[in-house]
Design a protein around this ligand. Structure first.
Ligand code: AHM
Ligand code: MG
Length: 327
């Protein structure tokens, strides 16, 4: 039998000896949140927890019951641990302040509690995305100016994919590592050490239903992906960023969500979707761009700012830049 390494043990082993263990504990709490969300997603149909909630989020999207549940889980698991000074969620308009009675930690977390919401009720892959920034001198009230940071300042990022199994993938700047949940014992075990995009990509993932709404240069890039003899790619698109990214990380490929008529600034949010995934992509030897430059260099000027996004194998993302920006 091979050694069984839990996520906490692995995170701890990657920390410098002077670390106080805050980041390790934070990962433990994110893993706990993931277990609660995975369990609820499996039971949602018979608990009557599928379908829409009677609320709308800051994006103007009607929330699903599982969106609201996942967001509450993240807040309730993480707000009282003393590890965080603030949180920012796709599902909440403002910064989530940590109540003073719990004490403020030196990190703040950005997250999308349930990505790919349109897939929830169809038993198709969904995910959670998170990023962690350090805040050396947390004030009593954390401001937007504190939180609006480029992805190149992330100290950790990751996602959890809820598919045929639940997998937790993360990086603290020392490679990308994946852990699969054993649902019977409730532990994540190391199953995918040092994940890297394969050199030869297999897939491209764009919503071709929006083709007519893309700018001509994006259409030309999409046509190139479809027809080039340089490389033979198959098209796969789940409509769940985490799922599409995970598959492309394992087999090589590019995910794109360009600007389009309905989303003139793109759909994917910088802070809690694009930047954490861009951090992971670079750690895995890939690259993420808005079509003009690195996603990690974008410093958002508002919490829910969107961006066009191309992410995956560096060669395919740089090709997008060549078509879009003439690079
Ligand atoms: P969400 O955070 O509201 O779920 O939106 C993001 C999702 C991505 O996971 C996915 O890639 C994209 O929206 C799908 O959008 P579309 O249906 O327009 O292709
Ligand atoms: Mg999302």
């Amino acid at each position: 039998m091979k050694p069984l390494t839990t996520i906490e043990r692995f995170v701890l082993s990657q920390q410098p000896h002077y670390a106080k263990g805050d980041l390790t504990t934070l990962f433990y709490d994110i893993a706990l949140s993931a277990k609660l969300i995975a369990t609820q997603a499996k039971r949602a149909a018979f608990l009557g927890e599928q379908g829409y909630h009677d609320s709308t989020n800051v994006q103007g999207e009607q929330q699903r019951k599982l969106d609201v549940f996942a967001d509450e889980v993240f807040v309730k698991v993480n707000d009282h641990t003393g590890r965080l000074c603030a949180m920012i969620s796709e599902e909440q308009e403002g910064i989530i302040q940590i109540p003073p009675k719990y004490g403020r930690g030196h990190y703040f977390m950005v997250y999308d509690p349930l990505d790919g919401s349109s897939n929830i009720d169809t038993n198709v892959t969904i995910g959670t995305i998170f990023g962690i920034y350090r805040q050396d001198d947390p004030k009593p009230v954390v401001t937007e100016a504190d939180c609006l940071r480029p992805g190149n300042q992330l100290v950790a990022a990751g996602y959890i994919i809820y598919g045929t199994s639940t997998i937790f993938v993360y990086s603290t700047g020392k490679g990308v590592h994946g852990f699969t949940l054993d649902p019977e014992v409730g532990e994540f075990f190391l199953t995918h050490e040092n994940m890297r995009f394969p050199e030869v990509p297999a897939y491209y993932s764009l919503n071709y239903g929006a083709y007519r709404n893309w700018q001509p240069n994006v259409q030309k890039y999409a046509d190139w992906l479809n027809t080039t003899d340089d490389i033979r790619l198959s098209q796969r698109y789940i409509g769940s960023f985490v799922g599409d990214f995970h598959r492309n990380l394992l087999y090589g490929g590019v995910y794109g969500y360009p600007a389009e008529t309905k989303y003139p600034d793109g759909k994917i949010r910088v802070l809690y979707e694009a930047a954490p995934m861009a951090y992971l992509a670079e750690q895995a030897g890939g690259y993420a761009s808005n079509g003009h430059g690195s996603i990690l260099d974008i410093c958002p000027h508002k919490l829910h700012q969107r961006t066009p996004l191309f992410i995956g194998n560096r060669t395919l993302v740089e090709k997008a830049e060549q078509f879009i920006d003439g690079k």
